[in-house]
Structures are given as structure tokens and as C-alpha cells.
Design a binder for this molecule. Structure first.
Ligand code: SAH
Length: 398
């Protein structure tokens, strides 16, 4: 029986990362694949000497050619087993779910033992995002599992992330069950209300990962003039306003994002003057602000992922250094710069070095007074350090 299962055999020595329970198998580590598996099928993974290692989902189109479901040979990878994993992931968010209308990530892929599966909750709407052939293969299991866990919730699919192309998967967006949202849905986060566009917003609609940093901004904004660069739908601007900021200026290149940013301010009974929402390329708008002699007590820099692949390392590094250098020039002496990178390929130590170089070039002395990370609904499985992608430095700038 076992010999008829599709099998992936690794090249000699390439089993090391699997023995450390890292869930990815790269194309270059594979000696052979037998049994004619199709995309998304479950394979048994063996070392070159035949040692059994794992059950994994096959992604023939991708450089990551298989992703591990289980390191336990006695498990059978079927819909019931996968639904149990889904239930366990949701169970780990028990505390978060006590707040019925709050946005929260319920499933975070590899960190929840479910590679390629993302589920975000926006109040009574769940958004499913499938990113790998294995996740796609079991689509019905996720849908049925989510229905069983949240019988009242509507379900929407946002399987349109660009990584799906690497898996050879088409993009798929639309309602799966329940009413399709006609406009943005509203979530509550502490005292803040946010409008979330799940149909066409970034990711599944909102940067849920920045929740701890939003709390930081709310706690430190009182009386401050705040500049929110790469503001998207203005979440940091809202919490700055609610925290008592004296003024909030926000920059983004997307007019759709800025329109929702203005609505978000009004939703929270905060002023939304035109001059507080600047549309344009942040790299040139911040230079214009420097030229005008503008200064701020708190500058927030949360750029998009500048480094998507190793090939973008040099260019992305320059981008981070440049925008941080200019932004440092906008901080009042004694003020704060809150600077982020969400590029997983850029580790925290290198990011810190880039910011240090930027300060040197800007001629500003700065001190790290705090560090921020993605929230606890985006955990990092210890055997999968790649899950830690978001890092932020809070600098006091003199
Ligand atoms: N801070 C936001 C998330 C930022 S996402 C939040 O917490 O919700 C990055 C944003 O940068 C996106 O809204 C995108 O439209 C914007 N963006 C990308 N390139 C840009 C550029 N060159 N200039 C200005 N905005 C840019």
C-alpha cells in the first residue's frame, strides 16, 4: 500500500531542515518525485536513504515544491484532519475572539501548521485567502470548517495575492457564502472604528498585523503633530487623532486609500481637512515638506514591501535608507520616528543598520527607545522564523 503513495525523495544531506521541522522543501533539494502526483496532492517525503520524514503538499510550479502538513507518519491527511488543524488555530485566538466585532487573523499559514492558508475575521465577515496548491486542493475543507466554527458568519474569498502566480494558480475573488459586502465593513479596535474594504483593499482589506503599533501610537500621540507616511486607509492617523494629536498629516499615492482614510477620520468624529491628506509619491512629498521647513513631533513610516525577492535586496535597501534619511529630517528635536519594514527577507539587525546609516547621513543622533512587531494573532512558529516579517523601531531623534 505505502509504496503506491506519491513520494518525494530528497538529495543526500537535504533532510536537515525537515529534521528541524521547517515546513518548506525547495526544488533544489529534491532528488526525485515518483507516483505521478498532481498539484496539491499529498506526498510522503523521504530522505535519500529511505527514512520517512513528512507528509507534504505538492506545488510542482513553485520553487517551494512541497510544504509540510505533518511530521507524524501515523496521521492521514484528509479533510477531517485539516479541519482539526483549523479548529486548533481558531482556538489559539480564544482571547481575541472575546471581542465580537474586532478584526483578527484567525489562521496564519505555516505558523498555524496550515501552509498557504490565511483566514482573517472582520466582525461577522471571514475572509479566506489561499496561497499554495496544497491550500487550494483542500478549499472545500476550509469553507466547511469555517462554517461549522462560525455558523453566523459570511465568508468571502480573496485568493488574489501575487504569490499564487508562482504556484500556477489563477486569482479568485468573491463571496463564498452569506451576503456579499456592498461597501466597506466596519471593525472596532479599542476606541477606534475602521472601515475595511475586503473586496479590493490590500491583503484581505486591512493591516491587522499593525495592531500593537496602533496601540503605541494612540498612547504617545497626545499634543503631537503627527505625519503618517504610506498611510493606506489612515489607521495610524485615526489612532493618533483619538490619542489627542494636535494635528495629523497623512501621505499615500493611492486616491482610493485616501478616500477611505478621510471616511475613517469622519467615522471616528475626527477632522479630515484636505490639507491633512496628501496624495503623491511619498519620496517626493516628504522632500517637499522638508523644503517647506515643516517639522513634526511624531513621524510614522510604514512603507510597502520594498524587497519581494533576493534580487530586490540592493534596490530595496536603498529605498529604506533614502526614505528614512529624509523622514529623520522632518522630526522635531526630541521627537519620535516610528519606522517599519515588512520585508521578510530583511532581518531586524540589517534593518537597524540601514536606519543607523540613514541617521548618519541625515546628521541626526537617534536612540532606539522601543521595538514593535506584528501582533500576537500573527505568531511565529519557532521552526519557521520566516513568519517574523514585520519589525518597527521607535526612535527618539535629537
Ligand atoms: N500604514 C498602513 C499600511 C501601509 S501599506 C496601515 O497601517 O494601514 C503601504 C501603502 O503605501 C499603500 O497604501 C500604498 O498605496 C502606499 N504606497 C506605495 N508606494 C508609495 C509611494 N511611492 N508613495 C506613496 N505611497 C505609496
Amino acid at each position: 500500500m505505502a509504496s503506491t503513495l506519491p513520494r518525494l525523495t530528497l538529495s543526500p544531506g537535504r533532510e536537515k531542515s525537515l529534521l528541524r521541522r521547517h515546513p518548506w522543501i525547495f526544488k533544489g533539494a529534491v532528488r526525485s518525485v515518483s507516483g505521478d502526483p498532481q498539484a496539491g496532492d499529498t506526498l510522503e517525503v523521504r530522505a535519500h536513504d529511505g527514512r520517512w520524514l513528512a507528509w507534504a503538499a505538492y506545488s510542482p510550479a513553485s520553487q517551494i515544491v512541497a510544504r509540510v502538513w505533518s511530521f507524524d507518519r501515523s496521521q492521514s491527511i484528509d479533510a477531517a484532519w485539516l479541519r482539526a488543524r483549523l479548529t486548533a488555530a481558531v482556538g489559539r485566538r480564544g482571547g481575541e475572539l472575546a471581542h465580537p466585532s474586532t478584526g483578527c487573523r484567525l489562521v496564519f499559514g505555516e505558523s498555524d501548521g496550515l501552509p498557504g492558508v490565511i483566514v482573517d475575521r472582520y466582525g461577522s465577515l471571514l475572509v479566506l485567502q489561499l496561497l499554495s496548491a496544497g491550500a487550494e486542493r483542500w478549499r472545500d475543507a476550509w469553507i466547511e470548517g469555517l462554517h461549522a466554527l462560525f455558523p453566523q458568519a459570511a465568508l468571502y474569498e480573496r485568493s488574489d495575492a501575487s504569490v499564487r502566480e508562482k504556484e500556477g494558480l489563477p486569482s479568485r475573488v468573491g463571496p463564498l457564502s452569506g451576503a456579499s459586502p456592498h461597501g466597506p465593513v466596519t471593525i472596532q479596535e479599542g476606541p477606534a472604528r475602521f472601515l475595511v474594504d475586503v473586496r479590493s483593499g490590500h491583503k484581505t482589506g486591512f493591516y491587522l498585523d499593525q495592531r500593537p503599533s496602533r496601540a503605541w501610537v494612540r498612547d504617545h500621540a497626545r499634543g503631537a503633530s503627527v505625519l503618517n507616511v504610506f498611510c493606506y486607509t489612515g489607521a495610524f492617523g485615526v489612532v493618533a487623532g483619538l490619542g489627542g494629536a494636535a494635528s495629523v498629516t497623512q501621505i499615500d499615492s493611492s486616491s482610493d486609500a485616501l478616500r477611505l482614510a478621510a471616511e475613517n477620520l469622519r467615522e471616528n468624529s475626527l477632522p479630515a481637512p484636505d490639507e491633512g491628506l496628501l496624495r503623491g509619491d511619498a519620496f517626493s512629498v516628504v522632500r517637499d515638506l522638508v523644503g517647506e521647513g515643516r517639522r513634526f513631533d511624531l513621524v510614522i513610516l510604514d512603507p510597502p514591501k520594498f524587497i519581494e525577492s533576493k534580487a530586490q535586496m540592493a534596490g530595496g535597501t536603498r529605498g529604506y535608507k533614502d526614505i528614512n534619511r529624509v523622514a529623520l529630517g522632518l522630526v522635531n528635536p526630541g521627537g519620535r520616528l516610528l519606522t517599519f519594514s515588512c520585508s521578510g527577507l530583511l532581518d531586524a539587525a540589517l534593518f537597524q543598520k540601514i536606519v543607523a546609516d540613514a541617521a548618519l547621513d541625515a546628521g541626526r543622533e537617534a536612540r532606539i527607545v522601543d521595538r514593535l512587531f506584528q501582533g500576537e494573532d500573527h505568531p511565529t512558529l519557532l521552526s519557521f522564523p520566516e513568519a517574523s516579517y514585520l519589525k518597527g523601531l521607535v526612535l527618539r531623534v535629537d
